[in-house]
Design a binder for this molecule. Structure first.
Ligand code: ASP
Length: 338
């Protein structure tokens, strides 16, 4: 091969890689208090989402912002606000968290959640829980009522009962749409769990800065359709899918969890902001690009210590919303929306 030909092919390859990794990102100014939420990333395109789903999702994101925003407006804590916002989305069947969680390969549900308080870097998380109506509340109970950070499986279910949290039968989490997705994924790729971004995902998360300047983050998910029972994603792993540190940032991620774990995504974003003084959007884009280069897909919401925020995703869309002390709520789904 001649050198010119080689160069031309290399340039074409680099352009193709850059296009594949293209990221939609937006930076936002700080507010006196600020709340960002996400409801998952995926191939969310206008022709793939019917009008009823589009409206229902926007309505739920609005309700989540209203629930968390009311707390922040009254001087409440970022921690209470992220829990309140995530609970609203867990209760809504359009999202892959709580009611509406995806199915495992065994057609069950194993839910993961985490919460972190940026004031003290206290954190709580649960993995593979099966009976707690609101896993984010269980994550908070782990943080506040045990000396541990992460409880998994049967022990986490037992702690949930002992802590007196509302319990549900496992079929509470069932929805016909998620069952259809399980059947589709079994037909397409028997025996494998993938983050198939052509399916509309719906892991949920929130990051907030309160009037006292404290940060918090929370994430909740059913994981991946068809996942092997026992698989744990990035959402409940502190530093992978969830992180908050008053010195730098709050982050909640969504996407192909294995890649966010390998990148240590949420902590890496915070570390870049704290040590390299990068902005929320620069740090988010940098880490998203690394994840894309590894082959991962998804998105993040990020707030900095002053409440300036960013979201960034390398999928066609991400369910997302923002409200701040001086600005009304806005929600968006598609990559081209501001
Ligand atoms: N990140 C989640 C997981 O891997 C899935 C998602 O965000 O949709 O469990």
């Amino acid at each position: 091969m001649t050198r010119t030909r080689f160069r031309r092919i290399a340039a074409l390859l680099a352009a193709a890689l850059a296009a594949a990794a293209a990221t939609a990102a937006e930076a936002m100014a700080p507010g006196n208090w600020t709340l960002l939420v996400h409801g998952g990333a995926g191939v969310l395109e206008r022709d793939k989402l019917d009008a009823a789903t589009d409206a229902a999702v926007r309505g739920a994101l609005d309700r989540a912002l209203a629930a968390g925003g009311a707390i922040l407006a009254q001087g409440g804590s970022a921690l209470d606000a992220v829990e309140a916002a995530v609970r609203v989305l867990e209760d809504d069947p359009h999202f892959n968290a709580g009611k509406g969680a995806v199915y495992t390969a065994d057609a069950g549900h194993e839910l993961d959640a985490a919460i972190m308080d940026g004031r003290t870097r206290a954190a709580g998380a649960v993995a593979g829980v099966t009976r707690t109506r609101n896993p984010v509340a269980l994550a908070r109970a782990v943080m506040e009522r045990t000396p541990h950070v992460l409880l998994a499986g049967e022990g986490a279910d037992r702690f949930s009962r002992e802590a007196g949290l509302p319990q549900v039968e496992p079929d509470y989490f069932d929805t016909p749409e998620r069952l259809r997705q399980l059947e589709e994924s079994r037909a397409q790729a028997p025996g494998s769990a993938r983050f198939d971004s052509s399916v509309k995902y719906g892991t949920v998360g929130a990051v907030a800065r309160d009037q006292a300047g404290h940060l918090a983050a929370a994430t909740s998910t059913g994981g991946l359709t068809g996942k092997r029972p026992g698989r744990v994603g990035d959402s409940p792993l502190i530093g992978a899918g969830t992180y908050a540190d008053d010195r730098a940032c709050a982050v909640s991620a969504t996407g192909s969890g294995e890649f966010y774990i390998r990148a240590g995504a949420a902590h890496e974003i915070c570390a870049r902001m704290r040590l390299l003084r990068e902005s929320a959007s620069a740090a988010a884009e940098q880490v998203q690009a690394e994840i894309a280069a590894l082959g991962g897909k998804g998105g993040v919401i990020v707030l900095d210590a002053q409440g300036a925020g960013a979201w960034s995703f390398n999928t066609p869309g991400m369910y997302r919303g923002r409200i701040a002390g001086d600005e009304p709520a806005t929600v968006a789904i598609y990559g081209d929306e501001k």
